[in-house]
Design a binder for this molecule. Structure first.
Ligand SMILES: [Zn+2]
Length: 300
């Protein structure tokens, strides 16, 4: 009898160990990241080799499909121009085995005005900004074209774009370029609610936006990046901010938040760029392909 009791206690101990091992506090998982595929059927412009993009995207998707990824995200500028360009690269993207998401880039709106309202549907997006709750993380996708010369699609957004642009004009700001954009008050309020809710739930937060918010170079930044940084500073749950847009790539850390700009796939004659990003308990590991460097980002 005592022997049976001892055996049962031993089995219970083993079962609880197994349970602890399989359900860690922060489950480890991995995602795929691609920035600035930027396809169009056009001659190279500078170091951008637009016609190479479908081949590079195909190779990236094939490589990423050999891993068990939670999802794969494209960080904006899926096309360079022309609405029909989507039809060349979207079928390749749709062969990803993982879930897939898009961030809106400025070039995604480089289509005829009449076709701009169709861009979201073409990119399988229900909303221009949204969040993905996964594995104790909340990934927040921002739309930096919300207020912009190319992507503000309603009269109200166009008026807000003019106000923001005029407010910042005359200050000689290097990032006040027509190809950048900004976040509306509505979007900033929505983001703050997301950050409050993530804090209450004990979730870690990662932000994705096509436009950088901070870097060694700031010329590609969101118009109102200072406003966004003010918000990020208030919430300890924010661990990283990943962007594209500046094809050279960039990285800076501020107050423990990692601001990483991924290099653009479309650039150069003969090299690609994309990454796998693994989330561990205390670090984020970037495995870079082609020009994208591998690195470890410690989670604060
Ligand atoms: Zn861009």
């Amino acid at each position: 009898m005592i022997r049976t009791l001892f055996l049962l206690m031993h089995l219970f101990f083993l079962a609880s160990c197994f349970q602890n091992k399989t359900v860690p506090e922060f489950p480890e998982f991995e995602i795929g990241v691609v920035a600035d595929c930027q396809y169009c059927n056009c001659a190279p412009g500078g170091i951008r080799n637009y016609k190479q993009s479908p081949k590079r995207l195909r190779e990236a998707v094939d490589t990423l499909n050999t891993y068990s990824l939670d999802y794969t995200i494209h960080l904006g500028d899926f096309i360079d121009r022309d609405f029909e360009s989507f039809d060349k690269v979207a079928p390749i993207w749709s062969t990803l085995k993982s879930d897939r998401f898009h961030v809106l880039g400025n070039h995604d709106f480089s289509v005829a005005d009449s076709l701009k309202p169709l861009v979201l549907e073409k990119m399988e997006l229900k909303d221009r900004y949204y969040s993905i709750p996964r594995n104790t993380w909340r990934f927040i996708i921002l739309d930096g074209n919300d207020l912009s010369l190319h992507g503000a699609l309603s009269e109200s957004k166009r008026q807000q774009t003019d106000s923001l642009f005029n407010l910042l004009s005359g200050k000689n700001l290097p990032h006040l370029e027509s190809w950048n954009g900004g976040l509306s008050k509505d979007q900033l309020n929505w983001l703050e609610n997301q950050l409050k809710s993530a804090t209450l739930n004990g979730e870690r937060v990662g932000l994705f936006c096509h436009f950088p918010a901070l870097g060694i170079s700031n010329s590609h930044n969101l118009w109102n990046y200072q406003q966004l940084l003010g918000l990020i500073q208030k919430y300890d749950c924010v661990k990283f901010y990943f962007s594209g847009h500046n094809h050279a790539g960039d990285y800076i850390e501020k107050d423990g938040v990692h601001y990483l700009t991924f290099k653009g796939m479309v650039d150069t004659q003969d090299s690609t760029s994309f990454a796998r990003v693994a989330f561990k308990k205390d670090s984020i590991f970037i495995t870079g392909y082609g020009r994208e460097p591998s690195r470890r980002l410690k989670i604060k």
